[in-house]
Design a protein around this ligand. Structure first.
Ligand code: SAM
Length: 288
């Protein structure tokens, strides 16, 4: 039986029959706007021979759209209370497998080998639980998995930071990390009224296309990311302040590195480009 998962009353009835109540803590806002999930599935890039990894299927509204376009869908859902619901809503979609586990504790490389070996490319498409947006995106990007594209819905403010240009007012440490590993783009806006229950803020669907080569040359990635985090750690102050306390390097050495780059001592982290962060971390790494 096909369920109309974009009809809020149908979804509520289906969920309450299983004794399910929405958990705010798990970011459970389900899409009930019929225009959203088909559009996300169409934009995620997956074709008939490809696999899709979904995070947090909820009642399955996006899952069924992904099942129509891809060869196989694997949906990782943490909340076991949703399993009987998904068993009903996905009954007719034989190419979907639901794994009940925490995505952040999932060995993604093993999952790809086990479930997508017979697929062409593998994509990620998800309406992410908002409380773990950045950790999940970094987990995906740092996994080393060859994802062809990551199309996710995130809260508007997070989308703006994730897709900002490095060196612009909206940028932060996560902007640099995302840009270093992928090419991000904003796809479309989703109003808060598109969800049941509606969250307080609007959302955006964004796409991260993982890079095969980093855009800048870095000798020590771990130190590069420590530098970026330290530079942004005191947002109201200069980068030198954060760098000095975050990296434990004397201020005069930070000033010397900035001067070598032709930058003033008052430089702020959000004005630095990816290339400048790379250069700065190289200079500080060897400033001893
Ligand atoms: N995809 C559905 C939709 O669009 O209506 C539900 C999206 S809802 C924003 C987020 C989903 O992620 C919920 O089903 C929630 O239970 C699940 N979730 C929360 N934390 C998770 C985790 N750590 N691992 C996997 N799923 C998680």
């Amino acid at each position: 039986m096909e369920y109309n998962l974009t009809d809020a009353q149908t979804v509520k009835k289906l969920l309450s029959r299983q004794g399910f109540t929405f958990s705010k803590g798990l970011g459970q806002n389900f899409i009930t706007d019929p225009a959203v999930c088909p559009r996300m599935a169409a934009l995620c890039g997956a074709a008939k021979n490809d696999g899709v990894l979904e995070i947090g299927p909820g009642a399955g509204v996006l899952t069924v759209e992904l099942a129509k376009i891809a060869k196989k869908v694997v949906s990782v859902e943490l909340d076991a209370r949703l399993l009987p619901v998904l068993a009903q809503t996905l009954e007719e979609h034989r190419n979907v497998e639901v794994l009940c586990q925490d995505v952040l504790k999932t060995d993604l490389n093993a999952l790809l080998k086990e479930h997508f070996a017979d697929c062409g490319r593998v994509y990620v498409c998800a309406n992410l639980p908002y409380y773990i947006t950045s950790p999940v995106l970094m987990y995906l990007l740092e996994s080393g998995c060859p994802f062809a594209g990551i199309t996710v819905m995130v809260q508007k403010e997070a989308a703006e930071r994730l897709c900002a240009e490095v060196g612009s007012r909206d940028s932060g440490a996560i902007t640099v990390a995302v840009r270093y590993r992928s090419e991000p783009e904003l796809l479309f806006e989703v109003k808060n009224t598109s969800f049941t229950p509606p969250p307080k803020v609007d959302s955006y669907v964004i796409r991260l296309t993982p890079r095969t080569e980093p855009p800048v040359r870095i000798t020590d990635e771990a130190f590069f990311f420590r530098t970026v985090r330290a530079a942004f750690s005191q947002r109201r102050k200069t980068a030198a302040n954060g760098l000095s306390s975050g990296l434990g390097i004397a201020k005069d050495k930070i000033f010397a590195a900035l001067e070598q780059m032709g930058l003033p001592q008052t430089t702020r982290a959000e004005t630095l480009t990816l290339g400048q962060f790379a250069e700065l971390s190289e200079l500080l790494r060897t400033s001893g």
